[in-house]
Design a protein around this ligand. Sequence first.
Ligand SMILES: [Zn+2]
Length: 595
Amino acid sequence: MSFMSRFKRDQIKADVGPSTSSTEANTAPEIKMGILMDNAPPHASSGKSGNHDNGSIRVYDPGSQADVSITGKVITAPGGELELKEAVRQLIIASSEREIYYSRSHQTSPQVLSEIKRIESIIGDAWVKKPTDMSTIDELYHRAAARGGRKGTGSRNDQSAMQRAFISIIANAATRNTSDIRIVVNQSRAITRYRIDGIYHDISEMPPQYAFELLSAAFAMADASDPAYQQRQFQGARISNLTTELPAGVQSLRLQFNPLANEGRVLVIRILYSGDGRMTDVGSLGYSREQVRQISTMSARPVGINVISGPTGSGKSTTLKAILEGVIAKRGDELTVLTIEDPPEYVIHAAEQMPVTNAKTQEERAEAFTQAIAAGLRSDPDIMMIGEIRDRASADLAVEGALSGHPIYASLHANTAMDILTRLRDMGIEDFKVFDSTVFSGLVGQRLLRKICPDCRVPLEDGIASGRVDDLAAERISRMGEHTPSHVMAETTLYISGDGCPNCSGGYRGRAVVAEIILPDDSFMEMMQQSRKAEARAYWFEHMNGIDLLGSAWMRAVGGEVSPIDIENTVALLDPLESHRHALEYWFKHAGDDR
Ligand SMILES: [Zn+2]
Protein backbone atom coordinates (compact mmCIF):
# COMPACT_ATOMS: atom_id res chain seq x y z
CA MET A 1 0.00 0.00 0.00
CA SER A 2 2.95 2.18 0.46
CA PHE A 3 2.86 4.48 -2.52
CA MET A 4 -0.74 5.55 -2.42
CA SER A 5 -1.11 5.56 1.28
CA ARG A 6 2.06 7.55 1.50
CA PHE A 7 1.32 10.05 -1.20
CA LYS A 8 -2.42 10.31 -0.86
CA ARG A 9 -1.82 11.58 2.59
CA ASP A 10 -4.36 13.70 4.17
CA GLN A 11 -3.42 16.47 6.39
CA ILE A 12 -0.20 16.41 8.24
CA LYS A 13 -1.05 15.78 11.81
CA ALA A 14 0.22 18.76 13.55
CA ASP A 15 0.05 17.64 17.11
CA VAL A 16 3.34 16.01 17.68
CA GLY A 17 4.04 15.42 21.25
CA PRO A 18 3.24 15.91 24.81
CA SER A 19 4.83 19.29 24.90
CA THR A 20 2.69 21.00 22.29
CA SER A 21 -1.00 21.53 22.17
CA SER A 22 -3.04 20.68 19.11
CA THR A 23 -4.76 24.03 19.13
CA GLU A 24 -1.62 25.41 17.65
CA ALA A 25 -2.39 23.52 14.46
CA ASN A 26 -4.70 26.24 13.30
CA THR A 27 -2.13 28.96 13.34
CA ALA A 28 0.85 27.28 11.76
CA PRO A 29 0.12 23.79 10.49
CA GLU A 30 3.47 23.16 8.92
CA ILE A 31 5.81 24.85 11.27
CA LYS A 32 5.56 22.77 14.31
CA MET A 33 8.16 22.98 16.93
CA GLY A 34 8.65 20.83 19.87
CA ILE A 35 8.91 17.30 18.55
CA LEU A 36 12.18 16.70 20.19
CA MET A 37 11.09 17.65 23.61
CA ASP A 38 10.80 14.05 24.68
CA ASN A 39 14.45 13.63 23.95
CA ALA A 40 15.45 16.99 25.07
CA PRO A 41 19.00 17.41 26.15
CA PRO A 42 19.60 17.54 29.86
CA HIS A 43 20.37 21.12 29.60
CA ALA A 44 22.45 23.85 30.88
CA SER A 45 22.41 24.12 34.61
CA SER A 46 21.72 20.56 35.49
CA GLY A 47 23.20 20.98 38.92
CA LYS A 48 21.26 21.28 42.10
CA SER A 49 22.05 24.68 43.39
CA GLY A 50 19.71 27.53 42.72
CA ASN A 51 21.92 30.17 44.24
CA HIS A 52 22.89 32.82 41.85
CA ASP A 53 24.82 35.90 42.67
CA ASN A 54 23.80 39.18 41.33
CA GLY A 55 25.75 40.72 38.51
CA SER A 56 24.56 41.14 34.97
CA ILE A 57 24.93 38.47 32.31
CA ARG A 58 25.06 39.64 28.75
CA VAL A 59 24.70 37.34 25.75
CA TYR A 60 24.60 38.16 22.07
CA ASP A 61 21.42 36.91 20.44
CA PRO A 62 22.14 36.18 16.77
CA GLY A 63 18.46 36.13 15.75
CA SER A 64 17.79 39.69 16.88
CA GLN A 65 21.39 40.79 16.33
CA ALA A 66 21.43 42.40 19.74
CA ASP A 67 22.63 41.66 23.25
CA VAL A 68 20.21 40.44 25.83
CA SER A 69 20.94 40.56 29.52
CA ILE A 70 19.84 39.16 32.83
CA THR A 71 20.52 41.07 36.01
CA GLY A 72 18.39 39.17 38.49
CA LYS A 73 18.60 35.66 39.84
CA VAL A 74 17.48 32.98 37.42
CA ILE A 75 14.34 31.60 39.04
CA THR A 76 13.49 29.06 36.35
CA ALA A 77 16.77 27.12 36.74
CA PRO A 78 16.87 23.80 38.61
CA GLY A 79 16.40 24.52 42.27
CA GLY A 80 15.04 27.99 41.51
CA GLU A 81 11.76 29.25 42.95
CA LEU A 82 9.97 28.66 39.68
CA GLU A 83 12.03 25.76 38.44
CA LEU A 84 10.83 24.67 35.01
CA LYS A 85 10.77 21.19 33.64
CA GLU A 86 13.77 20.45 31.49
CA ALA A 87 11.82 20.51 28.21
CA VAL A 88 10.27 23.89 28.97
CA ARG A 89 13.52 25.29 30.30
CA GLN A 90 14.93 25.20 26.78
CA LEU A 91 12.22 27.61 25.77
CA ILE A 92 11.97 30.09 28.63
CA ILE A 93 14.26 31.78 31.11
CA ALA A 94 13.02 34.19 33.78
CA SER A 95 14.74 36.16 36.50
CA SER A 96 13.85 37.69 39.83
CA GLU A 97 14.17 41.08 38.12
CA ARG A 98 11.19 40.17 35.94
CA GLU A 99 13.29 39.55 32.84
CA ILE A 100 11.81 36.88 30.61
CA TYR A 101 13.27 35.51 27.40
CA TYR A 102 11.51 32.84 25.38
CA SER A 103 12.17 30.91 22.19
CA ARG A 104 11.42 32.83 19.04
CA SER A 105 10.40 29.63 17.29
CA HIS A 106 7.83 28.94 19.97
CA GLN A 107 6.31 32.36 20.37
CA THR A 108 2.89 31.20 19.30
CA SER A 109 3.09 27.97 21.27
CA PRO A 110 0.20 27.85 23.74
CA GLN A 111 2.45 26.04 26.16
CA VAL A 112 5.03 28.81 26.15
CA LEU A 113 2.40 31.53 26.33
CA SER A 114 0.62 29.94 29.26
CA GLU A 115 3.92 29.30 31.05
CA ILE A 116 4.91 32.94 30.71
CA LYS A 117 1.50 33.97 32.00
CA ARG A 118 1.95 31.69 34.99
CA ILE A 119 5.36 33.16 35.76
CA GLU A 120 4.02 36.70 35.48
CA SER A 121 1.12 35.87 37.75
CA ILE A 122 3.68 35.09 40.44
CA ILE A 123 6.46 37.63 39.89
CA GLY A 124 4.36 40.37 38.32
CA ASP A 125 4.32 41.66 34.78
CA ALA A 126 7.65 41.24 33.07
CA TRP A 127 9.97 44.22 32.85
CA VAL A 128 11.75 42.75 29.85
CA LYS A 129 9.98 40.16 27.72
CA LYS A 130 11.68 39.21 24.47
CA PRO A 131 11.85 36.32 22.03
CA THR A 132 15.38 35.02 21.39
CA ASP A 133 17.14 32.08 19.82
CA MET A 134 16.99 28.85 21.79
CA SER A 135 20.77 28.87 21.84
CA THR A 136 20.67 32.24 23.58
CA ILE A 137 18.44 30.87 26.32
CA ASP A 138 20.80 27.93 26.66
CA GLU A 139 23.75 30.28 26.97
CA LEU A 140 22.00 32.44 29.55
CA TYR A 141 21.34 29.40 31.75
CA HIS A 142 24.96 28.32 31.34
CA ARG A 143 26.38 31.68 32.29
CA ALA A 144 23.96 32.02 35.18
CA ALA A 145 25.02 28.63 36.49
CA ALA A 146 28.67 29.57 36.10
CA ARG A 147 28.02 32.82 37.90
CA GLY A 148 26.52 30.78 40.69
CA GLY A 149 29.89 29.12 41.12
CA ARG A 150 29.40 26.02 39.03
CA LYS A 151 30.94 24.96 35.78
CA GLY A 152 28.91 24.32 32.66
CA THR A 153 28.26 20.65 32.36
CA GLY A 154 30.46 20.18 29.31
CA SER A 155 29.55 17.29 27.09
CA ARG A 156 26.27 16.40 28.53
CA ASN A 157 24.73 13.58 26.65
CA ASP A 158 25.96 10.06 26.53
CA GLN A 159 26.05 8.54 23.12
CA SER A 160 23.44 5.83 23.50
CA ALA A 161 20.92 8.38 24.70
CA MET A 162 21.72 10.49 21.66
CA GLN A 163 21.30 7.49 19.40
CA ARG A 164 17.88 6.80 20.90
CA ALA A 165 17.01 10.43 20.31
CA PHE A 166 18.12 10.10 16.68
CA ILE A 167 15.98 6.99 16.13
CA SER A 168 12.99 8.69 17.66
CA ILE A 169 13.36 11.55 15.18
CA ILE A 170 13.26 8.94 12.42
CA ALA A 171 10.18 7.33 13.97
CA ASN A 172 8.43 10.66 14.19
CA ALA A 173 9.32 11.49 10.59
CA ALA A 174 8.22 8.07 9.36
CA THR A 175 4.75 8.43 10.86
CA ARG A 176 4.38 11.58 8.78
CA ASN A 177 5.57 9.88 5.58
CA THR A 178 8.65 11.98 5.39
CA SER A 179 10.98 11.13 2.52
CA ASP A 180 13.97 13.19 3.67
CA ILE A 181 15.07 14.91 6.84
CA ARG A 182 17.58 17.74 7.01
CA ILE A 183 19.23 18.69 10.24
CA VAL A 184 20.92 22.02 9.60
CA VAL A 185 23.26 23.15 12.33
CA ASN A 186 25.21 26.34 12.64
CA GLN A 187 26.73 28.13 15.58
CA SER A 188 23.58 29.93 16.66
CA ARG A 189 20.80 27.52 15.85
CA ALA A 190 19.86 24.09 14.59
CA ILE A 191 16.74 23.32 12.59
CA THR A 192 15.14 20.03 11.66
CA ARG A 193 13.20 19.98 8.43
CA TYR A 194 11.08 17.19 6.95
CA ARG A 195 10.31 16.75 3.29
CA ILE A 196 6.68 15.64 3.05
CA ASP A 197 4.93 15.33 -0.31
CA GLY A 198 8.01 16.80 -1.92
CA ILE A 199 8.11 19.99 0.13
CA TYR A 200 10.31 20.78 3.10
CA HIS A 201 8.68 21.93 6.34
CA ASP A 202 10.48 23.33 9.37
CA ILE A 203 9.72 20.94 12.18
CA SER A 204 11.74 21.82 15.23
CA GLU A 205 14.62 23.78 16.59
CA MET A 206 17.23 22.48 18.98
CA PRO A 207 20.30 23.90 20.65
CA PRO A 208 23.29 23.71 18.29
CA GLN A 209 25.56 21.86 20.70
CA TYR A 210 22.90 19.19 21.12
CA ALA A 211 22.51 18.92 17.35
CA PHE A 212 26.26 18.57 16.80
CA GLU A 213 26.31 15.69 19.30
CA LEU A 214 23.27 14.15 17.64
CA LEU A 215 24.99 14.13 14.23
CA SER A 216 28.09 12.55 15.60
CA ALA A 217 26.03 9.89 17.41
CA ALA A 218 24.15 9.14 14.16
CA PHE A 219 27.43 8.69 12.35
CA ALA A 220 28.68 6.32 15.05
CA MET A 221 25.80 3.92 14.49
CA ALA A 222 26.06 3.91 10.68
CA ASP A 223 28.09 1.93 8.17
CA ALA A 224 30.46 4.33 6.55
CA SER A 225 33.59 4.06 4.51
CA ASP A 226 35.26 6.66 6.73
CA PRO A 227 36.14 5.17 10.07
CA ALA A 228 35.92 8.46 11.96
CA TYR A 229 33.41 11.25 12.07
CA GLN A 230 34.96 14.38 10.68
CA GLN A 231 33.19 17.63 11.22
CA ARG A 232 34.67 19.36 8.20
CA GLN A 233 34.38 16.57 5.64
CA PHE A 234 31.70 15.38 3.27
CA GLN A 235 30.76 11.97 4.58
CA GLY A 236 28.22 9.41 3.42
CA ALA A 237 26.85 6.56 5.50
CA ARG A 238 24.03 4.08 5.77
CA ILE A 239 21.98 2.56 8.56
CA SER A 240 19.96 -0.53 7.74
CA ASN A 241 17.45 -2.53 9.73
CA LEU A 242 19.74 -5.53 9.45
CA THR A 243 22.15 -3.99 11.93
CA THR A 244 20.05 -1.44 13.78
CA GLU A 245 16.53 -1.59 15.04
CA LEU A 246 14.72 0.98 12.94
CA PRO A 247 11.11 2.11 13.33
CA ALA A 248 8.48 -0.16 11.77
CA GLY A 249 8.25 0.21 8.01
CA VAL A 250 11.68 1.79 7.66
CA GLN A 251 14.10 -0.39 5.74
CA SER A 252 17.17 1.78 5.80
CA LEU A 253 18.52 5.29 6.04
CA ARG A 254 20.96 6.98 3.73
CA LEU A 255 22.95 9.68 5.48
CA GLN A 256 24.91 12.46 3.89
CA PHE A 257 26.91 14.79 6.14
CA ASN A 258 28.08 18.04 4.56
CA PRO A 259 30.12 20.85 6.05
CA LEU A 260 28.65 24.35 5.97
CA ALA A 261 30.39 27.70 6.11
CA ASN A 262 31.30 29.02 9.56
CA GLU A 263 31.75 25.61 11.15
CA GLY A 264 28.21 24.53 10.41
CA ARG A 265 27.09 21.10 9.35
CA VAL A 266 24.07 19.62 7.64
CA LEU A 267 22.88 16.03 7.76
CA VAL A 268 20.53 14.90 5.00
CA ILE A 269 18.71 11.66 5.74
CA ARG A 270 16.83 9.78 3.03
CA ILE A 271 14.36 7.36 4.57
CA LEU A 272 13.85 4.18 2.56
CA TYR A 273 10.62 2.47 3.46
CA SER A 274 10.20 -1.27 3.18
CA GLY A 275 6.89 -1.02 1.33
CA ASP A 276 5.07 -4.00 2.76
CA GLY A 277 2.51 -4.35 0.03
CA ARG A 278 2.96 -5.37 -3.55
CA MET A 279 2.04 -2.75 -6.06
CA THR A 280 0.85 -4.75 -9.01
CA ASP A 281 -1.35 -2.03 -10.39
CA VAL A 282 0.39 0.84 -12.10
CA GLY A 283 -2.98 2.56 -12.30
CA SER A 284 -3.05 2.91 -8.54
CA LEU A 285 -0.05 5.21 -8.80
CA GLY A 286 -2.20 7.73 -10.61
CA TYR A 287 -1.43 7.04 -14.27
CA SER A 288 -4.44 7.50 -16.51
CA ARG A 289 -6.15 4.47 -18.01
CA GLU A 290 -4.65 5.17 -21.42
CA GLN A 291 -1.17 5.40 -19.93
CA VAL A 292 -1.66 2.16 -17.99
CA ARG A 293 -2.51 0.58 -21.35
CA GLN A 294 0.73 1.96 -22.85
CA ILE A 295 2.75 0.64 -19.91
CA SER A 296 1.15 -2.80 -20.30
CA THR A 297 2.12 -2.83 -23.98
CA MET A 298 5.63 -1.79 -23.02
CA SER A 299 6.06 -4.47 -20.39
CA ALA A 300 4.50 -7.24 -22.48
CA ARG A 301 7.36 -7.06 -24.98
CA PRO A 302 9.88 -9.88 -24.70
CA VAL A 303 12.93 -7.71 -25.40
CA GLY A 304 14.00 -4.10 -25.29
CA ILE A 305 14.99 -1.48 -22.76
CA ASN A 306 12.34 0.54 -20.96
CA VAL A 307 13.71 3.68 -19.40
CA ILE A 308 11.99 5.85 -16.79
CA SER A 309 13.30 9.38 -16.50
CA GLY A 310 12.68 12.34 -14.25
CA PRO A 311 14.51 14.42 -11.69
CA THR A 312 15.24 13.14 -8.17
CA GLY A 313 12.02 12.68 -6.25
CA SER A 314 9.80 12.19 -9.29
CA GLY A 315 8.77 8.69 -8.22
CA LYS A 316 10.92 6.71 -10.68
CA SER A 317 11.71 3.89 -8.21
CA THR A 318 8.08 3.55 -7.25
CA THR A 319 7.03 3.24 -10.88
CA LEU A 320 9.72 0.63 -11.56
CA LYS A 321 8.59 -1.37 -8.53
CA ALA A 322 4.96 -1.26 -9.64
CA ILE A 323 5.77 -2.29 -13.22
CA LEU A 324 7.99 -5.19 -12.14
CA GLU A 325 5.56 -6.45 -9.52
CA GLY A 326 2.79 -6.18 -12.10
CA VAL A 327 4.78 -8.33 -14.54
CA ILE A 328 5.62 -10.83 -11.81
CA ALA A 329 1.96 -11.04 -10.77
CA LYS A 330 0.89 -11.63 -14.35
CA ARG A 331 3.52 -14.13 -15.36
CA GLY A 332 3.96 -16.02 -12.17
CA ASP A 333 6.66 -16.41 -9.60
CA GLU A 334 8.80 -18.80 -11.66
CA LEU A 335 10.09 -15.73 -13.45
CA THR A 336 13.59 -14.70 -12.45
CA VAL A 337 13.66 -10.97 -11.93
CA LEU A 338 17.02 -9.54 -11.02
CA THR A 339 17.65 -6.00 -9.92
CA ILE A 340 20.89 -4.11 -9.50
CA GLU A 341 20.52 -1.00 -7.44
CA ASP A 342 22.72 1.38 -5.55
CA PRO A 343 21.17 0.84 -3.03
CA PRO A 344 17.78 -0.92 -3.36
CA GLU A 345 15.11 1.68 -2.72
CA TYR A 346 12.16 -0.63 -2.24
CA VAL A 347 11.55 -4.30 -1.63
CA ILE A 348 10.35 -5.78 -4.91
CA HIS A 349 8.51 -9.00 -4.17
CA ALA A 350 9.88 -12.16 -5.74
CA ALA A 351 12.82 -10.29 -7.27
CA GLU A 352 16.47 -10.97 -6.48
CA GLN A 353 17.77 -7.56 -5.52
CA MET A 354 21.51 -7.12 -5.68
CA PRO A 355 22.80 -4.08 -3.84
CA VAL A 356 25.91 -2.25 -4.91
CA THR A 357 27.62 -1.16 -1.73
CA ASN A 358 30.91 -0.50 -0.07
CA ALA A 359 32.26 1.64 -2.83
CA LYS A 360 34.07 4.70 -1.59
CA THR A 361 34.68 6.81 -4.61
CA GLN A 362 32.59 7.65 -7.63
CA GLU A 363 34.88 5.52 -9.81
CA GLU A 364 34.73 2.56 -7.47
CA ARG A 365 30.97 2.78 -7.40
CA ALA A 366 30.69 2.95 -11.18
CA GLU A 367 33.07 0.00 -11.42
CA ALA A 368 31.14 -2.06 -8.84
CA PHE A 369 27.89 -1.22 -10.56
CA THR A 370 29.18 -2.27 -13.96
CA GLN A 371 30.52 -5.52 -12.55
CA ALA A 372 27.17 -6.28 -10.92
CA ILE A 373 25.29 -5.68 -14.18
CA ALA A 374 27.69 -7.94 -16.06
CA ALA A 375 27.30 -10.64 -13.40
CA GLY A 376 23.54 -10.18 -13.52
CA LEU A 377 23.44 -10.74 -17.26
CA ARG A 378 25.53 -13.88 -16.94
CA SER A 379 22.99 -15.18 -14.42
CA ASP A 380 20.46 -15.30 -17.22
CA PRO A 381 17.50 -13.56 -15.65
CA ASP A 382 14.15 -13.38 -17.40
CA ILE A 383 13.95 -9.70 -16.60
CA MET A 384 16.61 -7.35 -15.32
CA MET A 385 16.22 -3.98 -13.67
CA ILE A 386 19.13 -1.56 -13.52
CA GLY A 387 18.55 1.05 -10.84
CA GLU A 388 20.14 3.81 -12.82
CA ILE A 389 21.96 4.10 -16.11
CA ARG A 390 24.58 6.59 -15.08
CA ASP A 391 27.40 6.28 -17.55
CA ARG A 392 28.49 4.74 -20.78
CA ALA A 393 29.57 1.46 -19.21
CA SER A 394 26.20 0.75 -17.62
CA ALA A 395 24.36 1.90 -20.75
CA ASP A 396 26.48 -0.41 -22.92
CA LEU A 397 25.66 -3.34 -20.67
CA ALA A 398 21.96 -2.54 -20.80
CA VAL A 399 22.14 -2.53 -24.59
CA GLU A 400 24.07 -5.79 -24.54
CA GLY A 401 21.36 -7.29 -22.34
CA ALA A 402 18.63 -6.15 -24.71
CA LEU A 403 20.48 -7.46 -27.75
CA SER A 404 20.88 -10.84 -26.07
CA GLY A 405 17.14 -11.06 -25.66
CA HIS A 406 16.33 -9.71 -22.19
CA PRO A 407 13.74 -7.17 -21.25
CA ILE A 408 15.58 -4.51 -19.28
CA TYR A 409 14.14 -1.79 -17.06
CA ALA A 410 16.16 1.18 -15.95
CA SER A 411 15.97 4.72 -14.73
CA LEU A 412 17.97 7.62 -16.06
CA HIS A 413 18.34 11.26 -15.12
CA ALA A 414 16.76 13.19 -17.97
CA ASN A 415 14.09 15.83 -18.03
CA THR A 416 11.76 14.25 -20.52
CA ALA A 417 11.11 11.00 -22.38
CA MET A 418 12.61 12.49 -25.55
CA ASP A 419 15.67 13.67 -23.65
CA ILE A 420 16.47 10.07 -22.70
CA LEU A 421 17.73 9.49 -26.23
CA THR A 422 19.73 12.72 -26.25
CA ARG A 423 21.30 11.81 -22.90
CA LEU A 424 22.30 8.36 -24.15
CA ARG A 425 23.90 9.89 -27.20
CA ASP A 426 25.75 12.36 -24.95
CA MET A 427 27.04 9.44 -22.89
CA GLY A 428 28.72 8.17 -26.02
CA ILE A 429 26.41 5.34 -27.04
CA GLU A 430 26.47 4.82 -30.80
CA ASP A 431 23.51 6.11 -32.81
CA PHE A 432 22.69 2.70 -34.24
CA LYS A 433 21.94 1.52 -30.73
CA VAL A 434 20.27 4.64 -29.31
CA PHE A 435 17.89 5.14 -32.24
CA ASP A 436 16.92 1.52 -32.73
CA SER A 437 13.27 1.20 -31.73
CA THR A 438 13.73 -2.46 -30.82
CA VAL A 439 16.54 -1.60 -28.38
CA PHE A 440 15.12 1.46 -26.61
CA SER A 441 11.54 0.36 -26.88
CA GLY A 442 9.92 2.28 -24.04
CA LEU A 443 10.60 5.85 -22.90
CA VAL A 444 8.84 7.31 -19.89
CA GLY A 445 9.15 10.76 -18.35
CA GLN A 446 7.43 11.60 -15.13
CA ARG A 447 6.92 14.18 -12.40
CA LEU A 448 5.06 14.33 -9.15
CA LEU A 449 2.85 17.38 -8.85
CA ARG A 450 1.27 18.52 -5.62
CA LYS A 451 -2.51 18.22 -5.60
CA ILE A 452 -4.40 21.27 -4.48
CA CYS A 453 -6.78 20.87 -1.57
CA PRO A 454 -10.37 20.73 -2.86
CA ASP A 455 -11.62 22.28 0.38
CA CYS A 456 -9.76 25.56 0.12
CA ARG A 457 -8.71 25.85 -3.54
CA VAL A 458 -9.36 29.21 -5.21
CA PRO A 459 -10.87 29.69 -8.68
CA LEU A 460 -8.25 30.93 -11.12
CA GLU A 461 -10.41 33.98 -11.89
CA ASP A 462 -10.12 35.08 -8.26
CA GLY A 463 -6.38 34.52 -8.36
CA ILE A 464 -6.10 36.76 -11.40
CA ALA A 465 -8.35 39.40 -9.84
CA SER A 466 -6.29 39.46 -6.65
CA GLY A 467 -3.01 39.61 -8.54
CA ARG A 468 -1.77 36.22 -7.33
CA VAL A 469 -1.62 35.10 -10.95
CA ASP A 470 0.25 37.57 -13.09
CA ASP A 471 -0.96 38.74 -16.48
CA LEU A 472 1.58 36.81 -18.53
CA ALA A 473 0.74 33.55 -16.79
CA ALA A 474 -2.96 34.26 -17.21
CA GLU A 475 -2.36 34.82 -20.91
CA ARG A 476 -0.50 31.53 -21.28
CA ILE A 477 -3.22 29.68 -19.37
CA SER A 478 -5.82 31.09 -21.68
CA ARG A 479 -3.79 30.04 -24.76
CA MET A 480 -3.60 26.54 -23.32
CA GLY A 481 -7.37 26.68 -22.99
CA GLU A 482 -7.67 27.60 -26.66
CA HIS A 483 -5.80 24.43 -27.58
CA THR A 484 -8.19 22.33 -25.49
CA PRO A 485 -11.50 21.04 -26.93
CA SER A 486 -14.05 23.79 -26.37
CA HIS A 487 -16.72 21.50 -24.91
CA VAL A 488 -14.19 20.48 -22.24
CA MET A 489 -13.29 24.06 -21.38
CA ALA A 490 -16.98 25.04 -21.32
CA GLU A 491 -17.57 22.89 -18.28
CA THR A 492 -14.25 23.47 -16.53
CA THR A 493 -13.24 25.72 -13.69
CA LEU A 494 -9.51 26.04 -13.19
CA TYR A 495 -8.22 26.41 -9.66
CA ILE A 496 -5.08 27.50 -7.87
CA SER A 497 -4.12 26.49 -4.35
CA GLY A 498 -5.70 28.23 -1.38
CA ASP A 499 -4.06 29.42 1.80
CA GLY A 500 -4.65 26.17 3.61
CA CYS A 501 -7.37 24.86 5.88
CA PRO A 502 -7.72 22.26 8.66
CA ASN A 503 -7.92 19.54 5.98
CA CYS A 504 -4.66 20.23 4.25
CA SER A 505 -1.12 21.42 4.54
CA GLY A 506 -0.74 24.93 3.16
CA GLY A 507 -3.36 24.41 0.46
CA TYR A 508 -2.08 21.05 -0.76
CA ARG A 509 -3.00 17.44 -0.11
CA GLY A 510 -1.00 14.57 -1.62
CA ARG A 511 0.63 14.31 -5.00
CA ALA A 512 -0.27 13.20 -8.48
CA VAL A 513 1.88 11.42 -11.05
CA VAL A 514 2.12 13.22 -14.34
CA ALA A 515 3.71 11.22 -17.13
CA GLU A 516 4.57 10.97 -20.80
CA ILE A 517 5.17 7.65 -22.48
CA ILE A 518 6.73 7.03 -25.88
CA LEU A 519 6.77 3.63 -27.55
CA PRO A 520 9.00 4.74 -30.43
CA ASP A 521 8.62 3.57 -33.99
CA ASP A 522 11.18 3.81 -36.78
CA SER A 523 9.99 7.15 -38.15
CA PHE A 524 10.10 8.75 -34.71
CA MET A 525 13.61 7.41 -34.13
CA GLU A 526 14.78 8.68 -37.50
CA MET A 527 13.61 12.21 -36.73
CA MET A 528 15.26 12.07 -33.33
CA GLN A 529 18.52 10.82 -34.79
CA GLN A 530 18.50 13.73 -37.22
CA SER A 531 17.78 16.09 -34.32
CA ARG A 532 14.42 17.12 -35.79
CA LYS A 533 12.94 17.30 -32.33
CA ALA A 534 9.94 19.54 -33.03
CA GLU A 535 8.96 17.34 -35.92
CA ALA A 536 9.42 14.21 -33.83
CA ARG A 537 7.18 15.67 -31.14
CA ALA A 538 4.43 16.56 -33.62
CA TYR A 539 4.70 13.07 -35.09
CA TRP A 540 4.47 11.53 -31.64
CA PHE A 541 1.33 13.56 -30.87
CA GLU A 542 -0.39 13.12 -34.21
CA HIS A 543 0.62 9.67 -35.42
CA MET A 544 1.39 7.84 -32.20
CA ASN A 545 -1.43 9.33 -30.12
CA GLY A 546 1.02 10.66 -27.59
CA ILE A 547 0.84 13.37 -25.02
CA ASP A 548 3.71 15.04 -23.23
CA LEU A 549 4.23 16.03 -19.60
CA LEU A 550 2.77 19.48 -20.23
CA GLY A 551 -0.35 18.04 -21.82
CA SER A 552 -0.97 15.46 -19.14
CA ALA A 553 -0.30 17.96 -16.37
CA TRP A 554 -2.75 20.34 -18.05
CA MET A 555 -5.38 17.59 -18.07
CA ARG A 556 -4.94 17.38 -14.30
CA ALA A 557 -5.44 21.13 -14.05
CA VAL A 558 -8.60 20.92 -16.12
CA GLY A 559 -9.77 18.23 -13.69
CA GLY A 560 -9.22 20.71 -10.85
CA GLU A 561 -6.53 18.55 -9.24
CA VAL A 562 -3.47 20.68 -9.79
CA SER A 563 -2.79 24.38 -10.16
CA PRO A 564 -1.67 25.72 -13.56
CA ILE A 565 0.87 27.81 -11.64
CA ASP A 566 2.44 24.67 -10.17
CA ILE A 567 2.64 23.16 -13.66
CA GLU A 568 4.67 26.17 -14.74
CA ASN A 569 6.96 25.79 -11.73
CA THR A 570 7.42 22.02 -11.93
CA VAL A 571 6.87 20.88 -15.52
CA ALA A 572 7.10 23.61 -18.13
CA LEU A 573 5.62 26.94 -19.14
CA LEU A 574 2.08 26.58 -20.45
CA ASP A 575 3.18 27.30 -23.95
CA PRO A 576 1.22 24.99 -26.25
CA LEU A 577 2.33 23.83 -29.67
CA GLU A 578 -0.14 23.61 -32.50
CA SER A 579 0.07 19.83 -32.21
CA HIS A 580 -1.20 19.95 -28.62
CA ARG A 581 -4.68 20.49 -30.11
CA HIS A 582 -4.66 17.01 -31.56
CA ALA A 583 -3.10 15.45 -28.49
CA LEU A 584 -5.55 17.04 -26.07
CA GLU A 585 -8.53 16.17 -28.24
CA TYR A 586 -7.46 12.54 -28.41
CA TRP A 587 -6.63 12.28 -24.74
CA PHE A 588 -9.74 13.97 -23.44
CA LYS A 589 -11.73 11.57 -25.60
CA HIS A 590 -9.86 8.43 -24.55
CA ALA A 591 -8.37 9.08 -21.20
CA GLY A 592 -10.68 11.53 -19.50
CA ASP A 593 -13.11 10.79 -16.71
CA ASP A 594 -11.68 7.44 -15.84
CA ARG A 595 -10.44 8.24 -12.42
ZN1 LIG B 1 -7.31 23.01 2.36
